[in-house]
Design a protein around this ligand. Structure first.
Ligand code: AMP
Ligand code: GLY
Length: 426
């Protein structure tokens, strides 16, 4: 089969790497792909959000199956456009992708169907939002822009002044653009965070091995929120009992709620969970694999990923086997100095083999460019360095050994990926 994978980051590299193991795959295109992906797939310079060109390419290149990995094309309706053109694809349609595309939608869905989440109110008038935080006078409080904001649309306000400033900057100054025309203000939750990605065809939902992201830029969970600086899988905080509770109170009810709303979801639902003292609660939904969660979850998948993708699209997920290894994986993200604020690109990367890999660990490229056989940085997040082993500790050791052998000017990485999980004695 000819496969087109939409996207060009580490998540897409991990998806493509897994797809190359499928005997059904003959050729893979990636749009736009990146320097590291180029070793496994033909990269096509089409922007992930360019629906028209993407469909045109799929039709003219006899694509048998399209995998839409990032959130923005899904929210824009790329799955609908592909299907209209007769191209089978993996990823929710526009009606279902609203689960991630609108926080107001997802919060109201959870309220309506009794799915545990932080208590909240929604606002489209800044004055009302201000009056609400003043009246509540409970801090910290959490302010979220309604729409997509590159994972940055969440502000945690420690006091009234910060909350008022947050509301002003999102709703009036529009620091997240149109995403800020409506906001959610919600209760601040505490507890370990867990990412669970689950395959669903709208009838069956199958959670993958759990993961833990590390969103803050600096060690000790300090600094700004990023797209994710590293991940481990499995997440030791999610015990089998808690997983079962999540399945019963969150995973299945979410799939069924989307059916009830006439928005059947086919693809990956990403459950961002917090294990609070009152039980697991949903922090956010995403309509796709996480990045860098995919880089530590997919290497543990032992079944054929293309078969699973096809089964989701054809609504026969119950028929396929989805098996994960009981080993562990870890991904340490090497980023450009200054990320997530401002950073320079175009730095030459040393320590990689000609195919962009390392002999010590698997490398999933997030933002690189290949030119004349050399790799250069081309983004905030540059390389996801991924180790695997019998335990998370072993996987981390391998990943960090490889990180030590790779360098570029002003490279920055966190030195404490997975430490909290290990220290909790899990
Ligand atoms: P999100 O972009 O929704 O994943 O939020 C980014 C991060 O903000 C999450 O990973 C949490 O660490 C934090 N966060 C979001 N919502 C809450 C909440 N209600 N209480 C505490 N922390 C939160
Ligand atoms: N790692 C979080 C996300 O992909 O949204």
């Amino acid at each position: 089969m000819n496969i087109l994978v939409v996207g060009g980051g580490g998540r897409e590299h991990a998806i493509i790497h897994k797809l190359t193991e499928s005997p059904k795959v003959s050729r893979i295109y990636a749009a736009p792909g990146n320097g590291g992906i180029a070793a496994l797939a033909e990269c096509v310079p089409i922007k992930a959000t360019d629906l028209e060109k993407m469909v045109e390419f799929a039709v003219s290149h006899a694509i048998d199956f399209c995998v839409i990995a990032p959130d923005d094309p899904l929210v824009l309706g790329m799955a609908d456009a592909m299907e209209e053109a007769g191209i089978r694809c993996f990823g929710p349609n526009r009606a279902a992708a609203v689960l991630e595309g609108s926080k107001v939608f997802s919060k109201n869905l959870m309220k309506k169907y009794g799915i545990p989440t932080a208590a909240y109110e929604t606002f489209s008038d800044p004055a009302e939002a201000m009056a609400y935080v003043r009246g509540q006078n409970r801090f910290p409080t959490v302010i979220k822009a309604d729409g997509l904001a590159l994972g940055k649309g969440v502000l945690i306000a420690e006091d009234l002044a910060a909350a008022e400033e947050g509301i002003r900057s999102i709703m009036e100054d529009r620091i997240f653009g149109q995403s800020g025309s409506r906001i959610v203000i919600e209760e601040f939750l505490t507890g370990p965070e867990v990412s669970v990605l689950a395959f669903t065809d709208s009838h069956t939902i199958v959670p993958m091995v759990s993961a833990m992201d590390h969103k803050r830029a600096l060690d000790g969970d300090c600094g700004l929120n990023t797209g994710g600086m590293g991940s481990i899988a499995p997440n030791p905080f999610l015990t089998p009992e808690l997983l079962e509770e999540c399945r019963r109170s969150i995973f299945v009810p979410t799939m069924e709620a989307m059916n009830q709303e006439g928005r059947p979801f086919k693809g990956v639902i990403f459950f961002g969970l917090m294990l609070t003292p009152q039980g697991p609660k949903v922090i956010e939904y995403n309509c796709r694999f996480g990045d860098p969660e995919a880089q530590s979850v997919l290497p543990l998948l032992e079944s054929d990923l293309l078969e699973i993708f096809e089964a989701c699209a054809d609504e026969r997920l119950a028929e396929v086997e989805i098996r994960f290894s009981d080993r562990a994986a870890a991904c340490v993200m090497m980023a450009s100095g200054g990320y997530p604020v401002s950073y320079e690109s175009g730095k030459e990367i040393s320590g990689l083999e000609p195919d962009g890999q390392s002999s010590r660990a698997r490398i999933y490229h997030s933002g690189t460019r290949l030119e004349d056989g050399r790799y250069y940085t081309a983004g905030g997040r540059v390389l996801g360095v991924c180790g695997s082993g019998a335990t998370v500790a072993e996987a981390l050791e391998k990943a960090y050994q490889a990180v030590g052998s790779i360098s570029f000017d002003q490279a920055h990485y966190r030195k404490d990926i997975g430490r909290r999980a290990l220290e909790a004695g899990k």
